[in-house]
Design a binder for this molecule. Structure first.
Ligand code: NAD
Ligand code: FES
Length: 280
């Protein structure tokens, strides 16, 4: 059993849980995900990792209810347990394998949208701990939905918060901030954009125009996270990849967004899942 040491409603319907899982915490790297199961009959739920503490043996997850299982999960309290937590899964972010001196010379921009702020945090934290300061844009619909601002501020070189309605920070979507920062003279060698699919797609369109190579996380198209269901099949350039095994991070400029978004929409329903299975 994996005990929930702390459960909190972060904002709106966004929840944070810190879970005791020493073996997983010990091996976690930024960019990876894990799978939780509430009980014997529960679905496998793939979730990005928001934070981990190798010494304390804990991992932190942040999620939004999107179906019956995540809705049930949101009712778990401090002291409750998960029957299963499996991970870390997927490939870590590529930069952890780069030469540190080269990495320190790079100008990196992280773009976090809504709940996607959670998986961006451990990446920015890892870089900060290794002496690399990066720029971070955090976007949310409105002031009350901005999450992890204090935590991000502590590890980011520069933090730019923006809200769609202008109720806090800058006014406008994250893509507008990318354009504004570059117009203000900022130059970036690489961008990492993580959030809803539509945001990642439009970030890629923006960074393509600006010639900034861009990495995205295809976590939102996963269903069981095991490499078995085929839901997370994604076309990257002329290759077919599985987000849960080969990713979740890929070159965003090579992704077939129309196909990925169509699959995500179809996999939301039982009927759509059955249809896609028939076709494959
Ligand atoms: P949201 O809809 O509130 O969007 C967050 C921000 O993304 C917005 O404030 C805006 O700045 C930007 N954005 C949205 N649409 C855009 C567009 N068309 N063009 C440019 N920018 C745009 O986000 P949310 O409700 O918090 O997101 C929930 C989604 O996040 C879920 O679908 C979930 O799958 C996804 N998510 C993704 C990851 C990942 O690894 N990629 C991780 C966790 C959650
Ligand atoms: Fe099922 Fe990747 S999520 S195969």
């Amino acid at each position: 059993m994996y005990k929930i040491l702390h459960a909190e409603n972060l904002a709106g319907n966004i929840f944070l849980m810190q879970v005791e899982a020493p073996r997983i915490a010990k091996h976690c790297e930024p960019g990876q995900f894990l799978i939780v199961r509430i009980d014997e009959v529960g679905e496998r739920i793939p979730l990005t990792i928001c934070d981990y503490d190798k010494e304390a043996g804990t991992i932190t997850i942040v999620f939004q209810p999107v179906g019956a299982s995540t809705e049930r999960m949101s009712h778990l309290k401090t002291g409750d347990s998960f029957i299963d937590v499996v991970g870390p899964l997927g490939q870590p972010s590529e930069f952890i394998h780069e030469d540190m001196e080269e990495l320190k010379k790079k100008k990196m921009l992280f773009v976090a949208g809504g709940v996607g702020t959670a998986p961006v945090y451990p990446q920015v934290k890892w870089l900060h701990e290794h002496g690399v300061d990066v720029d971070v844009i955090v976007g949310a619909k409105t002031k009350d939905l901005v999450i992890l601002e204090k935590e991000m501020e502590a590890v980011a070189g520069n933090l730019y918060v923006t809200t769609d309605d202008g109720s806090y920070g800058r006014h406008g979507m994250v893509t507008k901030v990318i354009e504004d920062l570059t117009a203000e003279g900022k130059q970036y060698d690489v961008c990492v954009a993580i959030g809803p699919m539509i945001m990642m797609k439009f970030c890629c369109l923006t960074t393509k125009k600006l010639n900034i190579p861009t990495i995205v996380s295809m976590n939102p198209i996963m269903v069981d996270g095991t490499g078995m269901c085929g839901a997370c099949r994604v076309v990257v350039g002329d290759e077919i990849k599985f987000a849960c095994v080969d990713g979740p991070e890929f070159d965003g400029h090579l992704i077939d967004w129309a196909q990925a978004m169509k699959r995500q929409a179809m996999y939301k329903t039982e009927e759509g899942r059955a249809l896609l299975k028939l076709r494959e």
